[in-house]
Design a protein around this ligand. Structure first.
Ligand code: FES
Length: 147
């Protein structure tokens, strides 16, 4: 391989290594069925649905869904692990509490809450196309009550 060919090939590899996980590659928008309400037994973060672009968090009396995309650069997908107490962005290390609020910049805005509902059979659905405004996190459909 000539030097020029090597440099061109090398530049292509660098782009692949540092390309962010794009929203279109990892998550679709719209309703996602996440299972029975009674299956969410452990308090804290559940990352089972991160490939759909959200986390499910169980608090003492409710579950809610948080977008898994950083608010600093919205093309960067987060990968918080089940059971962690904070979500850390891999790009610039912003941190978010499990209620979605920012605890360390550079992100300035908390993670988006997504609409979550339960049907009469106890099956829960998260709608990734419906974001809940910041002042409405204590109203349906920002959470589903447990028990
Ligand atoms: S992209 Fe998440 S902190 Fe910058």
């Amino acid at each position: 391989m000539k030097r020029r060919e090597f440099l061109v090939a090398g530049a292509g590899c660098a782009c692949l290594l540092f390309a962010p996980a794009g929203r279109a590659e990892t998550a679709k928008t719209g309703p996602v069925k996440i299972g029975a309400l009674k299956s969410f037994t452990k308090e804290g973060l559940d990352n089972k649905f991160v490939t759909h672009g959200f986390f499910v968090v169980r608090g003492k009396d409710r579950i809610y869904a948080l977008s898994a995309f950083c608010t600093h650069r919205t093309d960067v997908q987060l990968s918080g692990k089940t059971g962690v107490e904070k979500i850390i962005c891999p790009r610039h290390n912003a941190q978010f509490a499990l209620d979605g609020s920012v605890t360390r910049p550079p992100a300035k805005r908390g993670l988006d809450r997504l609409a979550i509902t339960v049907d009469d059979k106890g099956e829960v659905t998260v709608d990734t196309s419906k974001k809940i405004e910041a002042g409405k996190h204590d109203e349906a459909p920002a959470f589903v009550k447990i028990g």
